[in-house]
Design a protein. Sequence first.
Length: 380
Amino acid sequence: MLNIADTLHRWCRERRPFALATVVDVTGSAPLPIGTSLAVDEDGDAVGSISGGCVEGAVYELCRQILHDRGAPRRAWFGYSDDDAFAVGLTCGGELDVLVQRVDPATRPHLGAALAETVEGRPAAVAQVVDGPDRLLGATLSVLGDSWIADDALAAEATCRTMADRAAAQLRAGRTARVSLGADADTCPEPLSVLVHTAATRPRMLIFGATDFAAALSRAGRFLGHHVTVCDARPVFATAARFPDADEVVVDWPHRYLSRTTVDARTAICVLTHDAKFDVPLLRLALDLPVGYVGAMGSRRTHDERLDRLREVGVAEQKLGLLHSPIGLDLGARTPEETAISITAEIIAGAHRASGLPLARLNGPIHRDSGVVPESARHA
């Protein structure tokens, strides 16, 4: 649902009821991931998409019906129709499991609050029950900062604290995912399947070295949704004018800046200086941090010499194995722009544990899955 946060936030602010259709499970090569939503208001206005066009008409009519009947949440399944490519089905060959429910913002103010946080670019998560007992189907809980709020329908449920904990964990990871909560007498008496929608802060890309390659990589990183920082110790090169696509340009020694900034498991560190006096102290620190990617530019000879220097300063072989060097995938890249694509392709492949090989050489699916209080109360 967070893919259409802007419109849903406005509808919640206006207390306008709407039907929400959400992809809660995907099999095969479906066009859009779980958590993607389409919504329809009482005037028939629609926003969003769940299939890139394949089944939108059928889902729209189902949304209209649930709004008109004020009915209970319903599940719908859409798959490929071999007999008629124009029938309601996914021509890409995948299968979608969709939950359609009526949402009244007046009874779920926490949902509007979570959408507001998302629109403002702050982290938030919404946990939505997508499988379980009928009385809980479609119930939601929002995690806002260090607190959480739930629907009244969940107020008496022992499972709510467990839902909140799992939603908070997914928010820290920055990943929308479906999680199972299973039949624990104390924390989750009934098995549930919960879809956790997350809107995390943008992952960081730290680029060290104020070069033409850094300028191209900052453009590519920004395009992919990263918060981009370019850092170099030379003030004549590290200027905002040279890097208009970077969110910030820092003049400092690379290792000193890295030691004082914040990183997490989604952070990508790209070392483009290929100068030992910068690289060695920087990589010594970077390889000891819990980040998602560390890559360093240079020839194979430079790489071998760099490894020797890192060993000399005490970096263990296990840590050296985390270093992507020479940086990037083998695309035959020559120009700064081509190299930026090579680097970002490697970052994407690593984040999804993908091979980086041509899809034509692979088999299988293209897309892979790499306590409660009343509505008015908050828990820290």
